[in-house]
Design a protein around this ligand. Structure first.
Ligand code: SIN
Length: 279
């Protein structure tokens, strides 16, 4: 019923043949769910989604989640706009990460819908942390299987708090001074509840150290794993146009919003769903 066109070897697929705002067919939704689990990043083109439609699409993946540092849209508190104005040079999400890993129950999926896009640039990169885990040596996998990561919103290493929170004038940020207090421990090798497969679940920006280890002991390994998990063969790159919707699986991917379109405006609507305790 739906058309699925893979984007790259490790992850990503474009889904054609559906208009999500009016899609009623349960079988088509099940096929979309299957594609989400198989490809981890699914891309829909030429959609027309008002905020209420985006909420309905998101509900197919899970209950909506609040983002702790940005105020939602009027009447839609779970959706906020990711904006970079023509005059700004920093962007939101411009470093490799999985969303809000500093929460005890991070969202399983993020939905991002493009409203205004630059003429060129502003693409988003995605990486399969499942493919990255699979490519590790047996000894490294065994070591990581026993480790727990301490994840913080403080952005001590990478991203930079100013980039994320202070200089983004087009976005309604709040409570950013309390970022250091958002901390959560999660397994470094996370098991996907639907596939049973493991994926790396740590990032340079958010994972400060491993539990029961010092930062200076942990950092070199975290830095190496960050480079490893974003090797080109584990990635895909998606170009946006107004009406593009991407849904990604935070349990087995990272993403990075490329900041290469200074002087042009980019405006997206973002919704996270499906709070889940990483296992
Ligand atoms: C994000 O990290 O959630 C934003 C990604 C993007 O704007 O492409």
């Amino acid at each position: 019923m739906i058309q699925v066109t893979p984007l790259a070897g490790a992850l990503g697929a474009e889904i054609g043949g559906v208009k999500l705002a009016t899609l009623q067919n349960e079988q088509a939704w099940q096929e979309i769910q299957r594609a989400f689990v198989e490809y981890s990043v699914i891309v829909f083109r030429d959609q027309q989604l008002e905020p209420a439609d985006l909420m309905r699409v998101g509900a197919k993946f899970g209950e909506p989640c609040f983002y702790p540092f940005v105020t939602g849209m009027e009447g839609y508190p779970y959706i906020f706009e990711v904006v970079k104005e023509e005059t700004e040079t920093t962007n939101f999400g411009g470093n490799w990460h999985s969303d809000t890993t500093y929460l005890k129950q991070p969202p399983l999926a993020t939905l991002l819908y493009a409203v205004e896009t630059p003429t060129h640039g502003g693409d988003t990169l995605f990486a399969s942390t499942r493919a990255a885990y699979d490519a590790l040596s047996e000894g490294m996998r065994r070591t990581l299987d026993g480790l727990v990561g301490v994840n913080s919103a403080g952005l001590k290493y990478g991203g930079g708090r100013s980039a994320m929170h202070r200089n983004i004038g087009g976005m309604r940020v709040h409570d950013t001074d309390s970022a250091d207090q958002f901390e959560a421990e999660h397994p470094v090798a996370r098991t996907h509840p639907e596939t049973g497969r493991k994926a790396l679940y740590l990032s340079r920006g958010h994972t400060i150290r491993f539990k029961d280890m010092r930062e200076e002991e942990s950092r070199p390994v975290i830095e190496w794993l960050q480079l490893h998990q974003t090797r080109p063969e584990f990635t895909c790159r998606v170009r946006w146009a107004p009406g593009t919707l991407i849904a990604w699986d935070n349990r087995c991917t990272q993403h990075n919003a490329i900041n290469d379109y200074h002087g042009q405006r980019r405006r997206m609507r973002r919704l996270t769903v499906g709070a889940q305790t990483p296992q």
